[in-house]
Write a protein that binds this ligand. Structure first.
Ligand SMILES: Cc1cc2nc3c(=O)[nH]c(=O)nc-3n(C[C@H](O)[C@H](O)[C@H](O)COP(=O)(O)OP(=O)(O)OC[C@H]3O[C@@H](n4cnc5c(N)ncnc54)[C@H](O)[C@@H]3O)c2cc1C
Length: 387
């Protein structure tokens, strides 16, 4: 088959890019390794910046976002004995929206057939060819039958473990791996607070988050090699109850886990986001620790830049956008990396840190508590830097 842009990966980056290209009348095809059920069921991000919600609005895929998303005007940074509210609405004039990645993904997949966006699920052995020439193509196997799509450009939106970054070959790579992970639980119980609480407690980081008014998402920091078996649900609820009792407005409500897992934390950037006719976007090019809620939002801003560039190249033969894509995307990526790293450093207990470093954290949090300038800087990064 023939298409203008072949997109590898049907996560948030690939789906959003596909919709943005279709809205401009560009032919494209998404090739996704997993089944639709698997893609829609992945429990991951949940806090959307206005950059992301604006893209959904521009596409007209915002009905459920508007009716079910929770508009958040602030969030909280806490220690064992103080809660600092960062009033993002007052400090920036904007807000964030709590809307699960599962819901956003479902909306984008539901809207695809009506907009002529083809998605091939369960595509095995996806491979990228000919990116250094003028006639790239993508191959895969579906139900045991070999398939091929010839295209003008390939977008690598296949996450951290996908084949696109490998197809680029050696590149400029930067990484920081953290010595802890987040043990997370998702449960259909009302959250203990209306706005997220990021807490640096004496036993480590804890986060009280939510996906809706009836669905809570909690995390605590654990050593990176912790087996999940060490944390039966009741032990985790005990810990959450103890840590959030002095900080939250309501008690932690317990319920059966819809999901419980440990996610390692890393900061990672692969700066070589283009080779010939292949472009990387989203987690295929960068990872942030989830502390700043930036992963999904960065994927969205990458594809906003990439869509603009590909539309100019395919409709007007204007290559300036694709030539400038990497520099433009990286400028925003590094700022989001910095903010996610900063919040991670501020809010976690690092095993290698001594009492001096801990005093530095306490002093910094105290400074934030009493400085509108610091709160504004945190708020404008949290709500998302402009495109
Ligand atoms: C466990 C976990 C928890 C997270 N929690 C948060 C959070 O709380 N807040 C936050 O902001 N971010 C969070 N993130 C990050 C956020 O989910 C990602 O940044 C976001 O999903 C990036 O979207 P993406 O489309 O670039 O990549 P992905 O969502 O990874 O999508 C890539 C797609 O490519 C497909 N693919 C992979 N290999 C192939 C192949 N060979 N062929 C075809 N398709 C392929 C995958 O199946 C997938 O559908 C979390 C991530 C993880 C892993």
């Amino acid at each position: 088959m023939k298409t203008q842009v072949a997109i590898i990966g049907g996560g948030p980056a690939g789906l959003l890019l596909g919709h943005l290209l279709r809205a401009a009348g560009i032919d494209c095809l998404i090739v996704e390794r997993q089944s639709r059920t698997h893609v829609e069921g992945r429990i991951r991000a949940g806090v959307l910046e206005t950059v992301t919600t604006d893209l959904l609005r521009q596409l007209g895929i915002d009905a459920r976002l508007d009716s079910e998303g929770l508009v958040e005007a602030g969030f909280n940074l806490a220690t064992d004995d103080q809660v600092i509210r960062i009033d993002i609405a007052k400090l920036t004039g904007r807000h964030v929206t709590v809307y699960g990645q599962t819901e956003l993904t479902r909306d984008l997949i539901d809207a695809a057939p009506g907009r002529g966006l083809d998605i091939v699920f369960e595509a095995a052995d996806v491979a990228i060819h000919g990116i250094d020439g003028d006639a790239p193509f993508v191959t895969w196997t579906k139900d045991g039958v070999a398939q091929r799509a010839d295209c003008e450009y390939v977008a690598g939106c296949d996450g951290f473990h996908g084949p696109s970054r490998r197809a680029i070959g050696p590149g400029a790579e930067f990484e920081r791996v953290y010595p802890f992970g987040w043990l997370g639980i998702l449960s259909d119980v009302p959250p203990c607070h209306d706005e997220l609480i990021y807490a640096n407690t004496r036993d480590g980081f804890a986060l009280a988050s939510m996906r809706s008014k009836t669905r809570s998402r909690y995390y605590i920091q654990v050593p990176v090699d912790t087996p999940l078996a060490d944390w039966p649900e009741e032990r985790l609820w005990d810990e959450l109850e103890r840590r959030f009792a002095p900080l939250a407005t309501r008690p932690v409500v317990r319920g059966p886990a819809l999901e419980i897992s440990i996610a390692p934390l890393r900061s990672y950037v692969f700066e070589t986001m283009r080779r010939g006719r292949l472009f990387l976007a989203g987690d295929s090019a960068h990872i942030v620790p989830p502390t700043g809620a930036k992963g999904l939002n960065l994927a969205a801003s990458d594809v906003a830049y990439l869509a603009e560039a590909l539309i100019a190249a395919t409709t007007r033969g204007d290559a300036s956008g694709i030539d400038g894509y990497q520099a433009r995307a990286l400028s925003r990526i590094w700022k989001a990396e910095r903010f996610s790293w900063y919040l991670t450093k501020l809010m976690h207990r690092f095993p290698e840190d001594g009492s001096f470093e801990h005093r530095m954290q306490v002093a910094e949090i105290d400074y934030v508590a009493n400085s509108v300038a610091m709160q504004t800087a945190i708020a404008e990064n949290y709500v998302g830097l402009p495109l």
